[in-house]
Design a protein around this ligand. Sequence first.
Ligand code: SF4
Ligand code: SF4
Length: 472
Amino acid sequence: MQPSMFNLRVPLPERNEVFLMNTMTDAQLVVSMDVAALLDRVAATEGRADLDQFEANELDAIEQLGDNGFLVPNREAERRDLDKYFARVTSDASELNITLLTTLQCNFACDYCYQGDRGGHDTLAEKMTLDTAVRVAEWIEREIDRVRPEHFTLMFFGGEPLLNLPVMYYLAERLWRAAEARGVPMSLTIITNGLLLTPEVVDRLEPYGLSGIKITLDGDRETHNRMRPLRGGQGTFDRIVENIRRVAGRVRIAIGGNFDESSVDSYPALLDFLSAQEFADKLVKVNFKPVIRAQAPAPRGVLPLLPVGADGKPLGGTCMTGAGTRQLGGSACDSCGFGEDQMSFLREETKRHGFPTPDGVHNGPCHVHMAHAHTIGPDGSLYACPGFTGDLGLSTGHVDDRDDLVREQMRGKFDRLSPWKECGDCAFIPVCAGGCSVASHTQLADMNLPTCHKRSLESAVISLAHDAASAA
Ligand code: SF4
Ligand code: SF4
């Protein structure tokens, strides 16, 4: 018997207690110092703890710690459990999760986006045709029949997905009927810049399982208008907020935001603004993540920034999905580019303003590790996650099920992806899985190496501990 390698401990000196969390079982306990000391005594025996050496009341505590995964038989058994855990995550068939990029076109010219400065990206980038949408629907129907999931989740993404409403409407309606006919509940979400969001769009999709819409606001009015202008340079903040106001009572809304050094200070003002709106209580999630333009030198295996392309700009579309969770505005991709300290600051500010926000600990494993999560590009190509979209060399298949050795080999490569194997005995492995594979591929040229944000995870767990203690 010995303490689990996945134990985390946060002292709460003001209460004379300790917060314990086990990232494998997700058990969270606020315990007395005595219990923490008991764990230390077990650790000191280096796996040779004999139950006879403990008092009766200590045996009760030991039993409770064992039941919650804080004590394990030995390290080898725990490593085997970790392998089984990842095998379960990878093969989990309870959900079929499809992220569908209706177009790579965008009507914004965001300074930090890879599409921002490409002339003609508003009109020349790929857009899914209705012919392709038919083949996409057929492939998804085959997948529902093959996987037989308990739930089917469809997310529309882009580019700006609302620039291709005919494809959205067609796929939502057809797949809703297909899922219904098979007795599989379906939910539908959209990630949009919000400019073209209208009550009509919401009403049109609501009968087909529309459960939430995530909209991006990059700071207060002035900052957002600088960060996310139209291609002609006009600001977009007022119109987006008005659109949110018009739909907030009809659908769940999550707010996301991308901050950099020049905009992070404007986020408290954005939070003040949002909390003063009549739709504030309709916002189901508020979550901000960093974009940083310049690549800082980083030691091998450590990436402090968002995944970026060779031109130093972030890979468009990464880090915005609800990967790893069915909840709107989910966790993993929203935190795979940490600006460590700012991220913690904004998380606390968001909570202080009364908005729900991810805890920053439960970030993964993300969709890239799941066999039944796929991203579909506008041409019908399949990818392991949105961050790889558009690079055909990283495509894992195609909806027409064509024979393609390169894509098959790439599927195999993603199936074997396991960067956490380089992470030693890190306690965060079950909730981190070695970080973002897009970042590893872009920055380290090897998606099987971890990109580490342990400091951010540590600060998030401290915050989680204090929340747990105050709720206890
Ligand atoms: S690999 Fe990165 S971009 Fe892709 S789903 Fe995971 S966290 Fe998101
Ligand atoms: S990437 Fe870092 S924090 Fe994540 S599991 Fe590996 S060592 Fe731990």
